[in-house]
Write a protein that binds this ligand. Sequence first.
Ligand code: MD3
Ligand code: FE
Length: 210
Amino acid sequence: VEVAPGAVHLPGWLSPERRRELVTACREWARGPVPIRHTVLPGGGVMSVRSVCVGWHWQPYRYTRVASDVNGLPVAPFPEWLGALGRAALAAAYGDADAAASYSPDTALINFYDGAAKMGLHQDKDERSPAPVVSFSIGDSCVFRFGNAEHRGRPYTDVELVSGDLFVFGGPSRFAYHGVPKVVPGTGDPEAGLARGRLNITLRETGLGT
Ligand code: MD3
Ligand code: FE
């Protein structure tokens, strides 16, 4: 389903096995070397979601190899299988296997939402590559708010994201404002290995090279 130019939603794209595999991997990454934590913003605000990265570490508002804002350790490497999953996702969303073959995400940002966590409308502008962002949702459903690239606020479209959904944001949608105004506790997928909360995994190309 194309929600906007370049923004494609494929409900249920992740198989139950893939969901479990991703939950298992995220549990491991959440333990370290850089533990999952609430990101502290430069102004002193604390994000309600908890986050952990692999490949490159996002700290507002740049990517680094070491988590100098957490414990100073290098983040876990970005695994080859996750890049392959990103290429498969892109091919499925855009129906273009050739374009997908050159997609080489080098960072994954993992966000965990408890029942009260939200994410305000923002743009993702810290990457130096125009490549698409691939997003996987697992666990509790949420309301995902998808806006426009011009300014924060209307017009926007609210989309329900359910466990197993794939969303790809490329082309004109890559720099659109977006956020998560709420999650809906108790709507998840215990089969995936997540008893509560919502997991979102985004794959990106930082454009930073090796
Ligand atoms: C549209 N995460 O990590 S995923 C983020 O559900 C983020 O955790 C949300 O926004 C989450 O930055 C939304 C969907 C998403 C991710 C990145 C995008 C949509 C996007 C980048 C550009 C445009
Ligand atoms: Fe974002």
